[in-house]
Design a binder for this molecule. Structure first.
Ligand code: LIP
Length: 281
């Protein structure tokens, strides 16, 4: 008997979708006005807009109203501990550079997870994701998933595509913001290009993971994903039947995330391991 029965996860899913939509409406409207860079992080290209900050402030305020005992782990503000054992992992705008440039591939990602330590910030390698929503404001698409209850796109059930040989696979990926890592990632993608159907780099990890769930990508891999990039999209992919993993027997995490149908994930994982894709050397 799951310790997370459906009557426990459904309310979490309702909150995740409600708040992802609310924050999505805010950032979509905010982009109509001029969107400037409010700050930078790991490099001058790793930008934060005023709408990233406004979106996370809205998410935190609404979670304090609806789920006051839960913890919050977000991209732009400090971890807020809770007492319930549940942590909300939020990305106020995933795909910030796309958002800044007026490109449509960005999302608000909201997930509820439980970690082994009820007071510490949970980590992707050890948390259990319970419910999540990835909302795409520009096309209004809402990807949702709850543990054991499947994954949906606007209410329609999602199933991952059948495993294909690598040479027939459309593979999504992304790149970090720091030059040393980008140089290493460029080497890896150059090795992959002649061995796969093609590469897509959409610039939004949560939507890439949802694309695997919906059959828009056969496979996805990326080194450098933060917990908030990963939380909801990985659950959507898993609940659609995809395998989401790391390399060398590890779970999906910052070092590497690989997602796709069982049978082809292993082929990509083995190739990435042989190329040393979990290193910046
Ligand atoms: C983005 C990720 C994307 C990655 C980008 C960036 P952000 O997140 O969703 O997969 O390739 O470099 O990290 O920074 O827009 O929230």
């Amino acid at each position: 008997m799951s310790s997370y029965p459906s009557d426990r996860v459904r309310p979490l899913l309702d909150v995740a979708e409600l708040l992802a939509r609310e924050a999505g409406a805010l950032v979509r409207e905010g982009r109509r006005r001029h969107v400037g860079v409010a700050a930078t992080k790991s490099s001058a290209q790793d930008v934060v807009t005023a709408m990233d900050l406004a979106s996370e402030a809205l998410l935190r305020r609404r979670l304090a109203e609806l789920r006051p005992d839960d913890a919050i782990l977000g991209e732009e503000e400090a971890f807020r501990p809770g007492t319930s054992g549940i942590t909300w992992v939020v990305d106020p705008i995933d795909g910030t550079v796309n958002y800044l440039y007026g490109l449509p591939s960005y999302a608000v990602s909201v997930a509820a997870v439980v970690g082994p330590d009820p007071v510490a910030a949970p980590e992707p390698a050890t948390w259990t994701a319970l419910a999540g929503c990835v909302f795409s404001p520009e096309d209004g698409r809402s990807y949702t998933a709850a543990r054991g209850l499947g994954a949906r796109l606007d209410g329609r059930e999602l199933r991952v595509s059948a495993a294909r040989p690598l040479i027939d696979s459309l593979v999504g990926t992304g790149f970090g913001y720091v030059a040393t890592r980008r140089r290493a990632q460029g080497r890896i993608v150059a090795e992959l290009l002649p061995q796969v159907r093609d590469i897509r780099r959409a610039g939004c990890a949560s939507l890439d993971l949802c694309a695997v769930a919906a059959g828009g990508l056969d496979l996805y891999y990326e080194r450098g994903l933060q917990p908030w990039d990963l939380a909801a999209g990985a659950l959507v992919a898993q609940e659609a039947g995809a395998q989401v993993t790391g390399l060398r027997g590890q779970a999906a995490q910052e070092a590497m995330t690989v997602a796709g149908p069982p049978g082809s994930v292993e082929r990509l994982r083995d190739l990435l391991e042989s190329l040393g894709a979990d290193s910046d050397a």
